[in-house]
Design a protein. Sequence first.
Length: 220
Amino acid sequence: MGGVSRNGKIYDVTRPLAPGCVVYPGDIVPRLVQQDQGMYRVTDIRISSHSGTHIDAPSHYLEEGTTVDELPFSALMGWCRVVDLSGVEGTINPDNLGGVMDGPRKVLLRTSFSHDLEFREDYPSLGQEAAAVLAARGIDCIGTDGPSIETFDCSGQVHRTLLASGVVIIELLDLRGVPEGDYWMIALPLRLRGLDGSPCRVLLFEGWDEVPAWTLFKTQ
């Protein structure tokens, strides 16, 4: 789950991507076929752009939306706040977001689903009113440990509200054992040109007292 660095602890909040992992109904079940070529091995991989812990780009729901390879690094790296909502079942409302309003512009929601290894339709999800509040607050990244940011029988409106406001969405995180608080986050998708999303690796760094020097360099 984590490791120790010079400045503190590193939490890997990425769910393992493997056969048997949680899959949203109708999505591709990951298939990994390893081939032994004698001197080396290669593996055929069949996954969805939304398999495992993954990022939703605006083009996932918006016809003219930004694709995953065009997402700004500023939304994928920086200070984030983990908010403990494990006691909330059903819809997450604005009243549940008190710990979000005065914090960083990146928010990760830890819900009761973090401990689940199988899909269930009643996972906690963000309501439309809460999505509008977060968009108005200027949040640039919202993550959840649930299979989707919105309810199973959704219209897609929560996604559209967030994505149209430039909010990057991360789904299916593993936030078990991560205390509520602020962390330096890195969440990088594969550079899949023109696609609507991508599996990603998400790390949380605990113990940083200031912005790491390497983040000040320009990336082209």
